[in-house]
Design a protein around this ligand. Sequence first.
Ligand SMILES: [Zn+2]
Length: 318
Amino acid sequence: MSEQAPATLPPIEVLPRDISAYRKGNRGVDYVHTLDSGQPGPHVLVNGLTHGNEFCGMTAVTHLLDSGLRPVRGKLTLSLSNVDAYHLFDAAKPYDSRYVERDFNRLWDDALLDGPTPGPDLDRARALRPIFTEVDALLDLHSTSSPMPPMLIYQPMAKYLPLSAHMHSPLHHVLLRGVKHAGRPLIQYGAYADPDAVPLGIVVECGQHFAKSAGDVAIGVAIRFLDFFGMVPPALSAAHPALAGEPMRYEIEQSVVSKSEQFRFARPWQGFEELQQGDLIATDGDEEIRAPFPRCTIVMPSGRVTVGRDMVLLAKPV
Ligand SMILES: [Zn+2]
């Protein structure tokens, strides 16, 4: 989703660590490891660092590798995507290492991947494409620039319902219809976006980029994901139970784009506040932006005004 740095920097509880020990995998592509149970079953993938400054996926992937986990059935691939961007991290400018030149999560069109355009992010996507297209399911771990409740993001297709219902963590589900951005995200690439094809691609936004809690969420979510496919031992599954309560599902209806530097939120929205039709969301100069429909729900409010960018998504509970 969109990235805009908050006006004030949050505490940086997690710094990048040396991950060179994970570089040499067993797939002929750096930072990709496949663990084969030797038993029949699905092939699933847990991926981190689609965005270089989103450390929770690195935390979860390295944790799973370090833990000595072996899948009970099928194959588990663990990957770290935009490692070049990760290596650019500068604590004084922590939002600048999302990618090197181009957002890795906006490249997923065959015409672009097959084309001649050079670049480190594109080349990394090209190297990883055979991995992403061979699996039955992908969990892509992300985090958000501002602190907000973790959320599961998937496409509104029947094939996603059993997985999302089983994971039951996180409990905020955001249904992503169509391609909202210029450039296709990874979970909307190829078979992931085909309602009749088996492969599933989901994102979990695990919390704020630099919060330790985001890494903890990512580990728990990864175990829940693997548990759906019957790939983790019962004791590990039991240690990461489904959260209490029922998932809330939201469908994005529209985005609010700032027209001026005077854009101001009416309240410091955290995400998932439900408004009544007509409630004031923000002002943009003289213009008042009010909830355009009943049960209008705030999703991913931006921490900083950038003219012409999405400031907040407005969703409806479904
Ligand atoms: Zn991200």
